[in-house]
Design a binder for this molecule. Sequence first.
Ligand code: NDP
Length: 450
Amino acid sequence: MSTPEASRLEALRAEVERRNPAQPEFHQAVREVLESLAPVFAARPEYAEPGLLERIVEPERQILFRVPWQDDRGRVHVNRGFRVEFNSALGPYKGGLRFHPSVNIGVVKFLGFEQIFKNALTGLGIGGGKGGSDFDPHGRSDNEIMRFCQSFMTELSRHIGEHTDVPAGDIGVGGREIGYLFGQYRRITNRWEAGVLTGKGIGWGGSAIRPEATGYGSVLFAAEMLARRGTTLEGLTAVVSGSGNVALHTIEKLQQLGANPLTASDSSGYVVDTKGIDLELLRQVKEVERARISEYAVRRGPSASFVADGRVWDVAGDVAFPSATQNELHEQDAVTLVRNGVKAVSEGANMPSTPEAVRVFQEAGVAFGPGKAANAGGVAVSALEMSQNAARVAWSAERVESELAAIMKRIHDDTYETAARYGTPGDYVTGANITGFERVADAVLAQGLI
Ligand code: NDP
């Protein structure tokens, strides 16, 4: 780095690390965006205004709270709740809630920071936020989950609202949890305020295709990247990680488009199925029974095997969809995937590939769709859910799905064109970071020093 713009960005990066100690995921997310911005500063001097970037890397508000709850045996537990309201220049804060023992303020800030630019990419008027808890839902009964959600919402309800901050699901928070959270919000506020949460059930304010949207969108983004290269997903084999909401719908859309997903994983290991994943069986094991993924291999028969604690990226495939969690795909995994001939990687999860892995993909000429762009379909349909709630209407699945496809194509084309404009054609990381940044920065500048 040698230009004045690059030196200034480097100084800001160092300052962010100094002021936010022990938050490695947040540092990583900020560094990744700042590294893309030097050419924008050279081309658009107004962005050099003192304090602009400094405000964008600082959340507008950070809320930390105690979440006490009782398990089925009457024992009291105390978890920590978080909501980071990062940037509302483009609309109400919008972003999911994550319940996982690894959640801390640094993880929530990384997710919230990513969310600002992702939401800007959708073009749908939503700001960025994120939240969650270090609560571990694994092995908890329905009643325990309900009591936890009620206690969490008792505090969170003071801070959210359809025009203020609109949470949704993420790891550990699906339709069941959104139901308990919405019920408690309604009870506390005595308001039918459907637009306060997204990911609700169909019949009480939810949108068709919202559960499917992130996984479907990630596959559609991959299809757009391949189309630019004159090819399609049809007949390709796919390696997918995770077995939650995003992974299951990634597998579903891949199968609809004629590709053959071979794998799925959870935190205990992965399964590889030489006949291709049996989605009905995987759903039964993971969604209905909430069992470990090894159970899939036990029931599927000889085509499937379970590899405990293995790297799913060792399985050869034409396309890869990291859909579990952050930093799950390392440099060596990327080297293995490239050696095995991977053509495209589309990130369903947030920041699943380490910076070193991303570099390997880019240097090898693999079409690489970063999460900010590739997994934006979920939040995009959340924004469509908010529109339906505001108008008190429910759109058909066909309508929502065709809007989703149009949005993913637009995100692809916008990021592709921005990258080309800044002299890095085919670099979707640069394209996504700059496109998102320009939209947020323009709004922040227009709204004065706040
Ligand atoms: P789910 O909770 O439904 O599924 C998460 C999956 O990832 C599970 O298979 C889980 O395994 C696995 N996993 C989670 N943490 C770890 C870990 N530390 N190590 C290994 N495996 C892990 O979450 P989602 O499918 O909703 O989310 C997956 C990713 O997609 C996340 O990065 C999320 O931020 C991102 N995302 C989600 C959106 C959505 O709409 N839901 C929108 C945009 C992005 P196990 O059951 O063993 O924990």
